[in-house]
Design a protein around this ligand. Structure first.
Ligand code: F3S
Length: 64
């Protein structure tokens, strides 16, 4: 599974990293780092929760 990061939409709510800090890395100002994220087998549940928790819809799940 991959997460497509729409960096421009991020407003720094940090809900994603609260769910899955190992998946969603934030910069020093609390915004998601740019670049899509490859999610390992063991992290998929937390990663999808984190992605869905973003109120700005900045994190798009790609299961293809
Ligand atoms: Fe940004 Fe959404 Fe996470 S606004 S810090 S991607 S919860």
């Amino acid at each position: 599974m991959r997460i497509i990061v729409h960096k421009a939409r991020c407003q720094g709510h940090a809900r994603c990293s609260a769910q899955a800090p190992d998946v969603f890395r934030l910069d020093d100002e609390g915004y998601i780092l740019p670049g899509d994220i490859e999610v390992g087998e063991g992290e998929q549940l937390l990663a999808s929760r984190g992605a869905r928790s973003c109120p700005e819809r900045a994190l798009e799940l790609d299961r293809t």
